[in-house]
Design a protein around this ligand. Structure first.
Ligand SMILES: C=C(O[C@@H]1C=C(C(=O)O)C=C[C@H]1O)C(=O)O
Length: 118
């Protein structure tokens, strides 16, 4: 293995250049992820309002099962750990469901509430 740490706290210039180059790409990817998540949440907020108006439940476990199966297959072909892909999706979906519950509550939702006309 190549030694990159001189032991004096200094890092070889070639190593710090490569680290900076890789970190630039990581920063770009992180920015893209944030923008993609923001767009996804814009869509799921609209789904939340649609569901609340029509008294549909916040969560749809059958839809989630299809998404998990699809994402696991995509992850495998992209050489990403499918278990990680599933955990990541579940993390996002849990947040979306919280949003939908809050939207339903603020719509005066509840089992007995009358459907709003639109
Ligand atoms: C967005 C929806 O609501 C919930 C959130 C989902 C998601 O974030 O992908 C999927 C299913 C639902 O549990 C939906 O029903 O499509």
């Amino acid at each position: 293995m190549t030694t990159s740490n001189t032991g004096t706290g200094a890092v070889e210039p070639a190593v710090s250049e490569e680290l900076a180059r890789l970190r630039d790409s990581i920063d770009n990817i992180d920015a893209a992820v944030v923008h993609m998540l923001a767009e996804r949440f814009k869509c799921t907020q609209q789904v939340g309002h649609l569901k609340a108006r029509h008294r549909l439940p916040p969560a749809d476990p059958a839809r989630e099962a299809r998404q998990i199966a699809r994402l696991r297959a995509l992850a495998e072909s992209a050489k990403l750990d499918p278990a990680f892909a599933e955990k990541f999706l579940n993390f996002i979906v849990a947040e979306v469901i919280h949003h939908h519950e809050r939207i339903a509550e603020s719509n005066g939702g509840g089992a007995g509430a009358a459907p709003a006309s639109d």
